[in-house]
Design a protein around this ligand. Structure first.
Ligand code: 5GP
Ligand code: ZN
Length: 114
């Protein structure tokens, strides 16, 4: 298995895991862009949000968002707020081809994003 996020989900390479559900895993980003920077991924490989279609895609996105909401609350981000980002494809700035939700918090976010 060559996908780095599949390997993290399987526990084959280390990551600071912050939460898990049956179908999603949350872990800290290795190169944080905010005081809190967590990635939430589906356990089963999916290349990007563009592939999250139909009922299966809805379930995958729902599971990822649900765990993201729970982890954000667990990290105390509800009062201050936070940002979810899903970079998708080349123009979206996606660099790892396994769907992932960025949870960013702990500082004021800017808009528009770069
Ligand atoms: P993208 O640019 O695809 O939206 O985000 C990929 C993210 O994955 C980046 O923020 C990058 O720092 C993170 N990342 C890449 N490789 C690893 C890794 O091996 N472990 C962890 N924890 N994060 C990674
Ligand atoms: Zn994968």
């Amino acid at each position: 298995m060559s996908c780095i996020f599949c390997q993290i989900a399987a526990g084959e390479i280390p990551a600071e895991i912050l939460g898990r559900s049956e179908s999603a895993v949350a872990f800290r980003d290795v190169n944080p862009q905010a005081p809190v920077h967590v990635l939430v991924i589906p356990v089963d490989h999916l290349g990007s949000a563009a592939e999250a279609r139909g009922d299966a895609g809805e379930a995958t996105l729902g599971a990822v968002m649900r765990l993201g909401v729970e982890v954000a609350a667990g990290l105390g981000l509800v009062e201050g707020g936070y940002r979810f980002v899903i970079n998708t494809g080349a123009d979206g700035g996606q660099t790892v081809p396994h769907l992932h939700l960025h949870l960013l918090g702990g500082r004021q976010m800017r808009w528009p994003p770069g």
